[in-house]
Design a protein around this ligand. Structure first.
Ligand code: PLP
Ligand code: COI
Length: 337
């Protein structure tokens, strides 16, 4: 195992030993291979550089209590990446080969998987881009699919300290746009808003639906969970939010492990003060509690001291499943080593 200060890692890139690279040319993917070279050389007019033809995924590998390396539901990342590719006119990297490439990449970087109990994990980043030169607006002909991984700590500074977020004046995703896939362009859209939010003292933006600005959608990098005063778990429903694997897993855990009522429905921004707890959920965020939402001067407070009790139960159960301390539902944990 590498000698890193595992307990104090932030969410930042660090070069590891191996990454996976496959190339699509003349209508077919090659087998792909592991390489130590982290650099990419491409033509100045590559489609990704000019027209942002790219999408990505994010998942994590964990070291379990009994010393195995596992990752969490990589088949769902494979399926979501296939959806992203179809929407971006990119060739799907076959889903079984995607999972196999994740396994190869994590296995080759086993020394970088943080120790059990350190609070750190190995973040795995599959991505694809249009790699050959084009000039008119059209898709590329050649593509590269790559996976790198890097050890990470908490996404939000301060770990599980409740966050202060605002309802954004900017939009993230258009109705009938690309909000439901993991396209780089959605994140480009959010950069101005996130820098502005940080400058104004907020940790993140919560985006309303761009069409009517009435309903809550998600943040720049996580879905939203809300807990009603009588303990029901509610999550916003919309066609323009990313179908978070963490959120889908948490809704299952809430219902099947904790016996809670769950509901996916439209959530109005003006009803946010009716809830008792709020959290942001995603691979990077795990569940990060929201202490306060600021909606143009109206403040909705859930408590800045600590994570709410139901959010905490959800968090502990999910992390317990991921780390091998609680029995996982069939097919959720992919053993790597
Ligand atoms: N929403 C957005 C916009 C994201 O970027 C992410 C991160 O992947 C999520 C939600 C959470 O999705 P998941 O739980 O699959 O990581
Ligand atoms: C993730 O949770 O995997 C994400 O991609 C969120 C953010 C880092 C973009």
């Amino acid at each position: 195992m590498k000698d890193l200060d595992w307990g104090n890692l932030g969410f930042a890139y660090q070069k590891t030993d191996y990454r996976f690279v496959a190339r699509y040319k003349d209508g077919a993917w090659d087998e792909g291979r592991l390489t130590t070279d982290e650099s990419i050389t491409m033509n100045e007019s590559a489609c990704v550089l000019q027209y942002a033809q790219t999408c990505f995924e994010g998942l994590k590998a964990y070291r379990t209590k009994d010393g195995h390396i596992v990752c969490f539901r990589p088949d769902l990342n494979a399926a979501r990446m296939a959806d992203s590719c179809r929407r971006m006119i990119m060739p799907v990297f076959p889903e079984d080969k995607f999972v196999d490439a994740v396994v190869q990449t994590v296995r080759a970087n086993a020394d970088w998987v943080p120790p059990f109990g350190s609070g750190a994990t190995l973040y795995v980043r599959p991505f694809m881009f249009g790699a050959d030169p084009i000039l008119g607006v059209k898709p590329a002909n050649e593509f590269e699919f790559r996976i790198f991984c890097t050890p990470v700590g908490p996404y939000f500074k301060g770990g599980v300290k409740p966050l202060t977020v605002r309802i954004s004046d900017y939009d993230r995703a258009a109705p009938r746009g690309t909000g439901h896939i993991k396209a780089g362009l959605n994140y480009a859209m959010s950069l101005y808003a996130i820098v502005d939010a940080h400058e104004q003292g907020y940790d993140e933006n919560m985006y309303p639906d761009a069409g009517t600005r009435t309903y809550l959608e998600e943040t720049g990098g996580a879905n939203i969970l809300l807990i009603t005063k009588d303990g029901k778990v509610v999550t916003p429903k919309s066609d323009s939010i990313l179908p978070s694997i963490t959120r889908r897993s948490l809704m299952f855990v809430a219902k099947e492990y904790l016996g809670l009522e769950v509901e996916e429905r439209k959530v109005r921004i003006d009803e946010l003060d009716q809830f008792a707890e709020c959290g942001l959920c995603g691979t990077a965020a795990v569940i990060s509690p929201v202490g306060k939402i600021v909606d143009h001067g109206r403040e909705i407070c859930y408590g800045m001291d600590k994570m709410g009790p139901i959010t905490e139960k959800l968090y502990k159960t999910l992390v317990g499943i991921q780390m091998g301390e609680i029995e996982a539902p069939e097919g959720w944990i992919k053993r790597i080593d």
